[in-house]
Design a protein around this ligand. Structure first.
Ligand SMILES: [Zn+2]
Length: 266
């Protein structure tokens, strides 16, 4: 015997589970997972990355990345993470970095050739921390959960009506939700992370104007044969530069007010 939940029951369940929140730039978000669930997923992902990738033991390189990252992390709200951040440099030519819930930051050595100054590195790390502050991982997972539940509900309607080619229809729905939800969503996340990163770097005492230099370097580096992961899923460099410049005045005021002037040497 097959037990099926009626679509209405599923929708009811989803709305019961839903937790509505507002992102730092005022977007409505659905966050289904708790901060501690996200932190333990971040811990697990980070542990397996440390096993799979080569961790840099170069002292100067590590000290430099630690110095930049730890200038930014004190600005993360306690409600997001209030423990000791772990910062690891991975020996990998990828031009990339990431931050995970649970206070984890990873920087690939390839990034250090493109983020040429401490402020440019702060722009990238600030952006990655911005994703964590704005709960983007949680939002993405929550949306996937809801999309899957919605897809299941539709599948049951199709099954119960014995519609022909339901497999093809389901594929189309899967594809449709991919295009309609996941992609624009990720652009919104990128712009939001850029603005949070800009504010973080300025408040930490890094010159926010260097965020523009960073994206220009990224664009120049992407002319080579290597695809840049940071760019492939992200808005065009020109549109993100415009977004940053539109918010530069406030960032410069933050920078001038900041008592901090980090000196991190490479
Ligand atoms: Zn991003």
């Amino acid at each position: 015997m097959k037990i099926t939940l009626k679509p209405f029951a599923i929708i009811g369940l989803v709305s019961l589970l839903s937790a509505c929140a507002t992102s730092p730039t005022g977007r409505n978000q659905v966050l289904l997972y708790s901060e501690s669930q996200m932190a333990s997923m971040g811990d697990q992902a980070f542990s397996s990355m440390k096993e799979e990738l080569r961790v840099s033991s170069k002292q100067v390189e590590n000290a430099y990345v630690q110095c930049v990252a730890k200038s930014l992390t004190p600005l993360v709200p306690d409600s997001v993470f209030n423990g000791e951040w772990e910062v690891v440099v991975f020996e990998d030519e990828q031009i990339n970095a990431f931050a995970l819930p649970g206070g984890k930051i990873g920087v690939y050595t390839g990034l250090l050739n493109v983020a040429k100054t401490q402020s440019q590195l702060a722009a990238v790390i600030g952006h990655e921390i911005g994703h964590v502050i704005a709960h983007h991982g949680n939002e993405r997972m929550s949306t996937t959960t809801l999309t899957n539940l919605g897809t299941q509900a539709v599948a049951q309607v199709i099954e119960s009506n014995e519609v022909a080619y339901s497999g093809a229809i389901m594929a189309a729905i899967g594809m449709g939700s991919q295009v309609a939800i996941t992609l624009p969503f990720s652009r919104a996340h990128e712009s939001e992370a850029d603005l949070i990163g800009l504010a973080l770097m300025a408040q930490a005492g890094f010159d926010p104007r260097e965020s523009v230099d960073l994206w220009q370097n990224m664009e120049a580096a992407s002319d080579g044969q290597r695809p840049i992961e940071l760019l492939s899923t992200h808005p065009a460099p020109q549109s993100r530069i415009e977004n940053l410049q539109a918010n530069m005045q406030g960032a410069l005021a933050d920078y001038q007010r900041s008592p901090n002037r980090p000196v991190c040497r490479q």
